[in-house]
Design a protein around this ligand. Sequence first.
Ligand code: TYD
Length: 207
Amino acid sequence: MFIVMEGGDGVGKSTQLSLLQQDLQKRGYRVTVCREPGSTRLGEAIRQILLHERSLSIDRMSELLLFMAARAQVTSEVIRPALARGEVVLADRFLLSSIVYQGYAGGLEIDSLREIGRIATGNLQPDLTILLDLPIEEARRRRCGEPDRLESESALFHEQVREGFLAEACRSEGSIWVVPASQGVEELHQQILTRVEYLLKEGSSPG
Ligand code: TYD
């Protein structure tokens, strides 16, 4: 079972992902967690370049292809082998992030981007994408530490990211589940856990 957690910067993805991991493990599921970009040596090296090399000039297309290279590597090195072992894979971001950040907000052509993504992942599709949704002002207040290269984009960019995620959820026919992230951490976690356990027991996503 392949489950992806998505959302804008500061919505609380990482917290929810680790709570979900802990509770699934307590219930006896074998869980592999990965993040994008990252979770492989190549992916972590690309992460360093993309997010922290602030003096490097990287245009949108190069940025996209670097995210896609990290994605191709984590798909073949981590995700597919874990799925083949029958594990639950929880991913902190996947292709939808590129469609939204580099496409809707970054201005790259979305259909070409879907095609590049299809090639990079061998058309691997999540069983469920959990989209944590939060107004951008609230998300900005929650972010802590030095902003990385993408977090430093304008408020307009982040607004387009949020709108892009919601637009993709609308056209997804239920495979992207929008969850309002302004509720409390524990309440949000219970809501997510209930749906994921249902999915794991039924082997298919409720509508
Ligand atoms: P992330 O690790 O989720 O950052 P944080 O934990 O601080 O929320 O994501 C790193 C940044 O990279 C985030 O700003 C979103 C961006 N990103 C893209 O622009 N395109 C992509 O394809 C991915 C995976 C991430």
